[in-house]
Design a protein around this ligand. Structure first.
Ligand SMILES: Nc1ncnc2c1ncn2[C@@H]1O[C@H](COP(=O)(O)OP(=O)(O)OP(=O)(O)O)[C@@H](O)[C@H]1O
Ligand SMILES: [Mg+2]
Length: 310
């Protein structure tokens, strides 16, 4: 298997605000080329984690590194771009002036061509000379994203990049994020409380709940869409118990819906949909439809939170 490089690492990170244990031993790793979704409800601890990653806040204990170094090093911080809730834009400055200003802060002076290309990449070319104060919220988000990219960092950390953006704007920002990772080799950590957004965009996730990571890993694997699949088979007539029992014996599958015309199966590795279908037809059970089914992130989320309450 391909060995991947850890770009952001947190290990046992704790942070307390007075009586509140905001982070209680947060551990996860973002690998190069990830669009990593940091998922959690309001108040779960996402922004606190991100502020610690950016060295805007000091952890009580634990270890944090981005691109292999502690984040309090100036050199490390040049390799990171970020976007927080406050977009940090100057209303009185034009888009180009905002970018030039932030470029200087990072010790780089992007050329006019570079700035034009950057604004083009966030689809703001036509508003480059307008003041940020005249921008709509979605446009501000895109300019803030350009601002985060002005020093061409290899890692981007985005706190709720889609918040307050309409569906069309979200599609645009998603496309920009995908392009940054797939065409330009960036690594992105983004936080969100929106399951749907994370499911559309991210390849790996960590789910934080009350300051603790409940689950982390490859999203497809977590949702069971790889290897072991779930499948729903619609039959033309109810499946008799004897055949159900035999399906269990032969394939080791869990079956649901005895007496109904729907079988919900969880296929073990090595068993294909076709094996079940041919078995059914050999036993005179007509199959009207086969639908691969994967757990939605929403189901996973609900299951994890339920476990916590139990
Ligand atoms: N500076 C602070 N002082 C006291 N409590 C804080 C501070 N910053 C965060 N908290 C608390 O820590 C907890 C986690 O907050 P955090 O902002 O990290 O959540 P979040 O996951 O980003 O939530 P949201 O989705 O609402 O942005 C909350 O209970 C919050 O009130
Ligand atoms: Mg937050």
């Amino acid at each position: 298997m391909e060995r991947r490089e850890a770009v952001i690492e947190l290990e046992g990170v704790k942070k307390r605000f007075g009586a509140l244990q905001a982070l209680d031993g947060v551990t996860f790793t973002v690998e190069r080329g990830d669009i990593f979704g940091y998922l959690g409800a309001n108040g779960a601890g996402k922004t606190t984690t991100i502020r610690i990653l950016l060295d805007l806040l000091r952890a009580d204990s634990g270890r944090v590194s981005v691109v292999g170094d502690p984040t309090d090093q100036v050199e490390t911080r040049r390799r990171i771009g970020f976007m927080l809730d406050a977009d940090g834009l100057y209303d009185q400055l034009t888009a180009v002036e905002n970018l030039r200003f932030y470029g200087k802060l990072y010790g780089c002076s992007p050329s006019a061509e570079e700035l034009a290309a950057l604004l083009e990449s966030v689809r703001l070319s036509d508003r480059a000379k307008d003041r940020a104060g005249t921008y709509s919220k979605g446009m501000r988000r895109r300019l803030a994203l350009a601002r985060a990219l002005v020093h061409d960092p290899e890692v981007l950390i985005l706190d709720e990049p889609m918040s307050g953006i309409d569906p069309t704007g979200q599609i645009e920002i998603r496309a920009i994020i995908q392009n940054l990772v797939h065409e330009r080799g960036k690594t992105i950590l983004l936080s969100s409380h929106d399951l749907d957004e994370i499911e559309r965009l991210c390849n790996r996730i960590a789910l934080i709940d009350q300051g603790e990571i409940r689950v982390t890993g490859d999203l497809k694997k977590l949702l069971g869409a790889g290897g072991e699949g779930r499948v729903t088979i619609a039959t033309s007539a109810p499946v008799v118990p004897a055949i159900l029992a035999e399906i269990r014996d032969r394939f080791g599958v869990e079956t649901g819906g005895a007496g109904s015309t729907t079988l919900d199966l969880r296929l073990p590795a090595g068993v294909r949909n076709a094996d079940i279908v041919s078995f059914l037809s050999a036993h005179g059970v007509g199959v009207e439809g086969v639908a691969a089914k994967h757990t939605s992130l929403e189901e996973l989320y609900a299951a994890i939170l339920k476990e916590r309450e139990a």
